[in-house]
Structure formats: C-alpha cells, structure tokens
Design a protein around this ligand. Structure first.
Ligand code: NAI
Ligand code: MG
Length: 483
C-alpha cells in the first residue's frame, strides 16, 4: 500500500514583514541610508530591504551600548537583570510561531525545525541565563566576577535567532551590553527580536542591532569602543578577526567551522544509527558547523549500513520549507549553493562515488538533493573541507585505533559521534577524539547547560554552560577576560 502526503502548508499570515528596515540603536529603530534585499531562498521572492550599516551607524550603536553599560546595566543587581532575561524568554515563547514562520521564510529551513528546534532552544538559552544572572558569584569564576563592557557580536545565517540567543543571553546575564550584527541573508528575526527588547522594556542601549554585510562586521571588530568580540562563522573570517584583535585589549571568542566524524562501530544498533546519520548531516540542509559530515564505518558493516542509509534517504522529503512535512528545505543562498555544487564536483573529480535518491527539486529557489559520496579517503577535499550542505563523505576503517586516527586527521575539531554498544570502547574513543562536543548513540543534541566549542581551526572559547559565562566575565583567574 502506498501513502501520499497531502500538502500541509503553514500560513505566513502571522508575520508582519515591513517593506524596509533600519537599525535598532539606543532602544529605537533608526532609518538606514543604503539598503539591500533579503530574499526567501525557497522562492527567490524579495521579502524586504535591509539597511547596510556604515561607520556612523556602528559608532552610534557602540555609543548607545557604552552609555547603557555605564548608566544602568553594569550597576543593576543581578536579580534585576535576570527579570529582564526571564521576560524576554517568555515573550519568545509567546511569539514562537511568528518567529518560526519568519525564520523559515528568510532562511529556507523547514518550518518543523524552526518551530521545534530553533525557537524553543533560543527561549531556553534566555531562561537558562536568566537563572545565572544573580548567582554569578557561585559559578566558580572568582568571588565577584565583573562584566567586560560592550560586546560586539557577529553571527551567521544557519541558525539566525538561535545564534543571537547564544550571544545575547550570556552577555546580558553577566552585565555586558551588546552591538549585534546578524548575517546579511537572515536579518529579519534579529529585527523582530529588537521589538521583543522594546516589549520587555529592556533599558535603551543594552541591546543594539545593526544590519549589514562583512564590511559592517569589520567596523564592529575594529571599533575601539568595544571590549569583546564574539563571532560565529567561517574559519576564514575567524582568522581575519583573530589577526585584527591580536594587537588590542579586546577579548575574543570564535566559533568556526567543523568536519565532524560520525563513527560507527560493528556492534552499533544499525537502524538507530541510520537515523542518527541522517540527522547528523541532513538536519538544517547540512548548514551546521557541528554536522556529522564525515561518516566513518567499520568495514565489516559498511555495506549493510549504506544499504539501509540509502533506503532511508529515499524517504527524505525535500521541498517547500513552509510545508510541515518537509525534512530538507532550501539552501540559504545562491553563493552557498555554488559552493556546495563546486565541492561536489571536486568529489567526483577526485574519484568519490556520488549517490542521491531520485527527488524532484522545485524550479525556483536554491536546492541541492541529499547526497552521499562513498570511496572517499582522508586526502580528498570533500573529507577535509567544510561543505556546509547536505553532502556526506563516507570513509571506512578496520580497527578502533584507525577510526580515531582518521577522525582526528582534520584541521577542525568541533564535534564527533560514536555509535556502538560497548561502553568501555565509547569512553576510550571519546577520550582520544580531539573534538569539543562528542555525542554517543545520538547526534546534534543541544542544551544551554552544555558548553559548546572547538579545538584547532574550529575556534576559541566555549559558549553555553558555566564555561560560556566565563567568556563574558573578568575574574581573578581571568583578568583580561581572555578565554
Ligand atoms: P562568513 O564567515 O563570511 O559570515 C559570517 C558572519 O560574518 C556574517 O554576519 C558576515 O556578515 C560576517 N563577516 C563576513 N566578513 C567579515 C569580516 N571581515 N569581519 C567581520 N565580520 C564579517 O560566512 P559565509 O560567507 O556566509 O559562509 C562561508 C562558509 O563559511 C560556509 O560555506 C561555511 O563553510 C562556513 N560557515 C560556517 C558557519 C559555522 O557556524 N561554523 C556559519 C556560516 C558559515
Ligand atoms: Mg562571506
């Protein structure tokens, strides 16, 4: 018997997208001068015009943040700051549907994911950090940890509101004020968040949001009035930022790329593992820094796993992100699609065997079918470089030692997965892996209580948990606030 899915489209009526936006500075929306379009990558429809912040806008935002820091926020008792964070968290929950629909329209990710992952986790980050605001003395970071001052925060397009929450919630809980720049292709939920700040009656200037591209980001990074830079994005830009701040007193955290190894041992529960592989690489179209983009299969089970993986991939529904049945949505931008297409061609040229299930992709918009490459070795570019798309590179190994060597043979070190029944081997493997986050018999599990960050080219510092607080505080052991 065959089952058909009826369309189950989410309505966009709940959103109120303005034709044009400005910046959010000192608690008010101010007009921008130049603008650029933001589009829905699933349809190429222009959703709105976003302002491009220049020097005077960034100056104004830093000034507003400094004023708020000096006059109110750094002086306010933690229990009062916490109340604002709780209020923001509750408003995010109340307006969750509006945020989810807006995120999906601007980003291209399936509504199921923005509704069930991005927005609830963003609210969870504010709840978690609200709880810390009045308990910082007990965080084990010194007897009276102090904020750093004004934080400049630059975020990517893959989890727009969630990355905002990862940045803003700990900064505010610890008494810092912020100037945040969303990515140029996904500014809308940050601008809606600005409305939430107004609704929560957050003191003016505590959160400032300026929109723009890399040139705006560079103005923030190089601004002398900023004490800390927090960045999530490409390793390439992370290196530029590290060079820019090196001669200054700014402290910095960098969350960069990854090429996560998902290791499957011969005793793994295959059906569950296949679900984890799918989640590891096809969640959010593979636009995930900690994606399990390298699958390492023990040789004696490789054939069975690949057979089941392909069968499962045939069931993935690619298409309209606003449809509640969709699993994989649109690639976020034309530029990102071009990068994925190019690296996949490199995979072909280097001798990998490409396979995708038959699937009809929409005519308009940016799409890439879920893809696996077998016959990949550690030397291939598709095993080394971040593709940041729905493309999985499959390698094999014979012994646990070989699995570890292959997994660690990467310039990155953000995430890894281990699948297998034997606990002692799992613990042994986790100790050998040079990766910041390691999941066992699961993948892509996120929680605000758990620190997240990388080794090597995956970045500096941690976000989330107690470690994430330390990155926004001066303490006896951390005088400069360098993490
Ligand atoms: P990107 O690193 O250029 O952009 C991330 C953010 O940095 C954006 O807000 C952007 O406006 C800003 N930015 C760009 N240049 C800057 C500069 N010189 N100074 C300060 N801020 C700057 O990433 P892009 O170009 O969107 O994606 C390229 C590749 O980077 C992707 O294919 C993927 O491999 C990787 N990437 C990794 C992410 C992660 O979460 N690890 C997130 C986004 C991209
Ligand atoms: Mg870029």
């Amino acid at each position: 018997m065959s089952f058909e899915y009826a369309p189950a489209p989410e309505s966009r009526a709940i959103t109120n997208i303005k034709p044009k936006y400005g910046h959010f500075i000192g608690g008010k929306f101010v007009a921008g001068s130049k603008h650029f379009p933001t589009i829905n990558p699933a349809t190429e429809e222009i959703l709105s015009q976003i302002a491009l912040a220049g020097k005077s806008d960034v100056d104004a935002a830093v000034k507003a943040a400094r004023k708020a820091y000096n006059s109110t926020w750094s002086k306010m008792p933690g229990k009062e700051r916490g109340k604002y964070l709780f209020r923001i968290a509750r408003i995010l929950q109340e307006r969750a549907r509006e945020f989810a629909v807006l995120e999906t329209l601007d980003n291209g990710k399936p509504i199921r994911e923005s509704r069930d992952t991005d927005i609830p986790l963003a609210a969870a980050h504010f709840f978690y950090h609200a709880g810390w605001a009045d308990k910082l003395e007990y965080a084990g970071l010194g007897s009276s940890p102090k904020p750093l001052g004004v934080a400049g925060q630059i975020i990517p397009w893959n989890f727009p509101l969630l990355m905002l929450a990862w940045k803003v919630a700990p900064a505010l809980a610890t008494g810092n004020t912020v100037v945040l720049k969303p990515a140029e292709s996904t500014s809308l939920t940050a601008l809606l968040f600005a409305e939430v700040c107004q609704q929560a009656e957050l003191p003016a200037g505590v959160v400032n949001i300026v929109t723009g591209d890399g040139s705006t980001g560079a103005l923030i990074v190089n601004h002398p009035g900023i004490d800390k830079i927090a960045f999530t994005g490409s390793t390439e830009v992370g290196k530029i930022i590290a060079r820019s701040v090196a001669p200054t007193k700014k402290s910095v955290t960098l969350e960069l790329g990854g090429k996560g190894a998902n290791i499957v041992f011969e005793d793994a529960a295959i059906d569950e593992t296949v679900e984890g592989i799918i989640d590891g690489i096809f969640f959010n179209q593979g636009h995930v820094c900690c994606a399990g983009s390298r699958l390492l299969l023990q040789e004696n089970i490789a054939e069975e796993v690949l057979h089941k993986l392909k069968k499962r991939m045939e069931k993935i529904r690619v298409g309209d992100p606003m449809d509640k049945n969709t699993d994989v949505g649109a690639i976020n931008s034309k530029e990102q699609l071009a990068k994925i297409v190019e690296l996949a061609k490199v995979g072909d040229a280097e001798g990998g065997q490409r396979w995708s299930p038959a699937c009809e992709l929409p005519k308009k918009g940016y799409w890439f079918a879920p893809t696996i490459f077998t016959g990949v070795t550690s030397a291939h570019r598709i095993a080394r470089e971040e593709i940041f798309g729905p493309v999985l590179s499959v390698l094999t190994f014979r012994t646990p030692q070989e699995a570890i060597e292959k997994a660690n043979n990467t310039p990155f070190g953000l995430s890894a997965g281990i699948w297998g029944e034997k606990g002692s081997r799992t613990l042994w493997a986790a100790q050998q892996l040079r990766a910041g986050v390691i999941w066992t018999n699961s993948f892509n599990k996120f929680d605000p209580t758990s620190p997240f960050g990388g080794y090597k080219e995956s970045g500096w510092g941690r976000e989330g948990g107690r470690h994430g607080l330390a990155a926004y505080l001066k303490s006896v052991s951390n005088e400069k606030g360098v993490m």
